[in-house]
Structures are given as structure tokens and as C-alpha cells.
Design a protein around this ligand. Structure first.
Ligand code: ZN
Length: 146
């Protein structure tokens, strides 16, 4: 099992303002992969559920993808894309209750999200000014002789 996917989903759910993620299964006394695993999140006005998965990680990952599909990147306000083919814009309602029309979503552009290990990363993450962690550039023609 890929625990990273589970950690990433829980982290994402927390960032979307949900109270928590609930993961469970419907059927007892069956093989694990036939237990019909689900993942569920509750928001103030709505809830999202992913059902009938083969395991808790699969359910959590599917829930994360459902949360991101048609969503607005909370950082750059673009439409979240989960593949390089891009996202399909459609009329929807954001988690905060705002209506977001297909025209608005198209006009916004797209932000390619991907899961990197235990974390969902924004496509626009690298657009901030780089931190001063690299090697400082040397000034030209100022070499001192020791
Ligand atoms: Zn973004």
C-alpha cells in the first residue's frame, strides 16, 4: 500500500477546511478488498463521499482527486488540472459556496496539481521568489588573491 497517498489526502482535506476525513468500510466478514471502502468529508454546506474502493488508501486518493476536480487553486485562482491533458472546465460550485461558471473557469487558466509523495503540490508553487538557499552568485572581477 502507498501510505503517501493517504497522508497526502488527509493533508489536502485539512487544507480545504473540512473538519476531518472519515474512512471506513461497509462489509464485515469479507476479504479486505471486497469490504467496499469509503472516504467521506463534511463541510459546512456540503459533503463529499467516495465509495466502493478496494482499500482505504484508494478511497482517500479518489476523494482527494474528486476534491481537486473542478476546484479553484486557492493560491493562483486558476482551475486545478490533474493531468497534463488539462482540466475540463464546467459549471460548478466551489467548496466555499461560490458559483464558478464554465466561462470563468476557462478564463482563469489552469494550475497543474500533482501528488509528490505525501503531499499534493500546486503547479504555481514555484512562482514565488526563490528563497536564498542556493549558492550565492559571485560578483565578477572581484577575486581577491590570498
Ligand atoms: Zn495555483
Amino acid at each position: 500500500m502507498d501510505d503517501d497517498a493517504l497522508i497526502a489526502a488527509v493533508d489536502l482535506v485539512g487544507r480545504t477546511g473540512a473538519r476531518g476525513i472519515e474512512i471506513g468500510y461497509l462489509h464485515d466478514n469479507v476479504p479486505v478488498e471486497e469490504a467496499a471502502w469509503y472516504a467521506h468529508v463534511q463541510y459546512r454546506g456540503t459533503s463529499i463521499t467516495e465509495e466502493n474502493h478496494r482499500g482505504p488508501v484508494e478511497a482517500a486518493e479518489a476523494l482527494a482527486r474528486q476534491l481537486l476536480t473542478g476546484a479553484m487553486c486557492n493560491h493562483c485562482k486558476k482551475l486545478v488540472a490533474l493531468s497534463d491533458d488539462g482540466a475540463t472546465a464546467y459549471n460548478g460550485t466551489l467548496l466555499n459556496g461560490t458559483r464558478w461558471t464554465v466561462e470563468q473557469a476557462r478564463a482563469a487558466g489552469q494550475c497543474r496539481w500533482r501528488r509528490i509523495g505525501p503531499r499534493w503540490a500546486r503547479g504555481c508553487e514555484g512562482t514565488k521568489p526563490p528563497r536564498a538557499t542556493g549558492k550565492p552568485k559571485r560578483k565578477k572581477g572581484r577575486r581577491k588573491r590570498g
